[in-house]
Design a protein around this ligand. Sequence first.
Ligand SMILES: [Fe+2]
Ligand SMILES: [Fe+2]
Length: 189
Amino acid sequence: MWDIDKIKAYLEENLTESRYIHTLGVIETAKALASINKIDLEKAEIAALAHDVAKNMNIETMRQIIEEHNIKLPYETLKTPELWHSIIAPIIGEEVFQIEDRDILNAMRWHTTGRENMTTLEKIIYMADMIEPKRSFQGVEELRKATFENLDKGFIMALNHTINYLLNKGFCIDVNTIEARNFIILNNK
Ligand SMILES: [Fe+2]
Ligand SMILES: [Fe+2]
């Protein structure tokens, strides 16, 4: 079973101050969304607290951990180190923090790209990461409003926003993000 103080101490050691402040914002938003969507508040808090645990880890260390754990990744994920911290997060979650809850570990794992058929907790962490109070980008207010009205509606807007952003920048789009959007638009009645 996890120990919140141990996780906090690890984060204080391993995250920059601004990343820690972002994490506190994600916790606040995730708990608010959990309460509206009838999800266990403690699970939302732990997933939010630990989601960016590897954000400031150096790229070579992350590459080694991915190799050692023999994790198979799509080509575009392997080519995008910005996504690696979400692959490492559940490994630290399990091995260092003793988090056994699969839903919490998966919410940490998929907070960057999303994926097909996400659980409510996974969507909450994905959205909280994007709309926590310190986030400022064009359209964030509408996204906050939509997400608090209806999690799936906000999630579709968020995926559209992300895919548009990546297209406009000429960046590649992770296959999991496409699958997340296809799934939610085809199954959201
Ligand atoms: Fe992240
Ligand atoms: Fe984050």
